[in-house]
Design a protein around this ligand. Structure first.
Ligand SMILES: [Zn+2]
Length: 323
C-alpha cells in the first residue's frame, strides 16, 4: 500500500498582512466548531482605565512588550503615549471578556468584529488574570479571517446600518453578513434579525408582566428564527436555549395544567452548551442547580428581563404555594 504523505498539523491560526487593515488573524487550517483555537494572556492589563493608569501600566512593560503593543496600531503617530492611548481605546477587550479589567493582546486585539462571528471568547478564570480562551463557534475554513462578536445585548439583531453604531457613527462593518448582496440574501437576513428582535422584546414584556407561558412562546419563536440563520449566531442560540429552559420551568410552575416540554428544552440546552465547552456548560449546570434548589428568582432570565417587581413576586408566591 502506498503510504500517504502525512504533514505535520498546520498551526490553527496565523497573522496575515493586509493592504489596508494591518495584520489580521486567519485560520491556519480547517477548524471544527467547538475547537479551542488558542488561549492568550494580555500584554497590557488594567483594572482602571484612566489615561494615567494605562500609561503607567505601559511604562512598566519591558521593551519587547512595548514594541508588541505599538505594533497593534496601523495609524502613524509620532508620540508613543498618544499612540498607546488611542489604540487602547480602539483595541482593548472589555471587562465582560477578561474578568473585570480591560486589556490589550498581541493576537486577540487584531480580531475584528463580525455580525456572524466564527469565534467566541471566554475568560479562562483562575489565577491567570485576563487570560482568554478563543474557541470556534462554527466550522471555519483554512484562510478565513477569525472574527468575534463585540456587540452588546440585542444590538446584533438591529438593522445593518444601526447595529454597529455603538462602535462609532462612521464605523462601517465589513463582515461577511454586512457584505451579503443587497436585495437577496441581505434582505432575508435582515428580516430574520428583525423577527428575532421582536420576539426578544415580547419575551421581555411578558416576563416583566409575569406571564411566563407567553414569554416562553416568544423565546421559543426567537430560537426558531435564530435556527434559520444556522451557525451564524450560534452563541446566541446557546444562551437563548438556556433561557427557553428557564422560562419553561417557570411556566410549568405557573400553569401546571398545560403540557410544557421542560425536559426536551433542558436536554436541547445541554447539547448546545456542550458544543462550546466548559464555560457554557457551567451556565447549564448553574441553571440545573437553581432548578434543584427551587431558587427560581436566581435564573438569568429573571435577572435580565423582569424590569419590575411583579415577576419576582409571582415566582416567590408560586414557590411558597408549592411548598
Ligand atoms: Zn457586520
Amino acid at each position: 500500500m502506498p503510504q500517504k504523505k502525512r504533514n505535520k498539523a498546520a498551526p490553527a491560526y496565523r497573522l496575515q498582512d493586509t493592504p489596508d487593515k494591518g495584520k489580521v488573524v486567519v485560520a491556519g487550517r480547517n477548524i471544527k466548531q467547538g475547537t479551542v483555537i488558542f488561549e492568550e494572556s494580555p500584554i497590557l492589563y488594567t483594572s482602571d482605565i484612566t489615561d494615567e493608569d494605562i500609561l503607567e501600566q505601559f511604562n512598566k512593560l519591558n521593551l519587547k512588550d512595548k514594541d508588541k503593543v505599538l505594533s497593534l496600531s496601523t495609524i502613524p503617530e509620532e508620540d508613543p503615549s498618544k499612540k498607546v492611548l488611542s489604540l487602547f481605546r480602539r483595541r482593548n477587550i472589555n471587562k465582560s471578556k477578561c474578568k473585570g479589567g480591560q486589556a490589550l493582546y498581541f493576537v486577540l486585539s487584531r480580531v475584528k468584529h463580525s455580525c456572524g462571528a466564527n469565534i467566541i471568547l471566554s475568560p479562562v478564570g483562575g489565577k491567570s488574570v485576563g487570560k482568554i480562551e478563543i474557541r470556534a463557534c462554527r466550522d471555519i475554513k483554512k484562510g478565513d479571517e477569525l472574527r468575534a462578536d463585540y456587540l452588546p445585548g440585542i444590538n446584533l439583531f438591529e438593522p445593518k446600518r444601526e447595529r454597529t453604531k455603538v462602535f462609532g457613527e462612521r464605523f462601517l462593518c465589513d463582515c461577511p453578513v454586512c457584505l451579503l448582496p443587497e436585495k437577496t440574501e441581505s434582505e432575508t437576513n435582515e428580516k430574520i434579525r428583525k423577527n428575532i428582535k421582536e420576539h426578544y422584546r415580547n419575551t421581555s414584556i411578558y416576563m416583566t408582566l409575569g406571564d411566563f407561558l407567553q414569554a416562553l412562546d416568544h423565546c421559543k419563536a426567537m430560537l426558531a428564527e435564530m435556527e434559520l440563520l444556522g451557525d451564524e449566531v450560534f452563541p446566541k442560540r446557546v444562551s437563548v436555549s438556556l433561557e427557553c429552559w428557564q422560562l419553561a420551568v417557570l411556566a410549568n410552575l405557573q400553569r401546571p395544567e398545560v403540557d410544557i416540554d421542560v425536559e426536551i428544552l433542558r436536554e436541547k440546552a445541554r447539547q448546545l452548551c456542550c458544543v462550546l465547552g466548559k464555560a457554557q456548560l457551567s451556565k447549564w449546570e448553574r441553571t440545573d442547580e437553581i432548578v434543584q434548589k427551587g431558587n427560581f428568582v436566581e435564573f438569568d432570565t429573571v435577572k435580565l428581563r423582569s424590569s419590575g417587581p411583579w415577576a419576582v413576586q409571582i415566582i416567590e408566591n408560586l414557590t411558597q404555594a408549592k411548598v
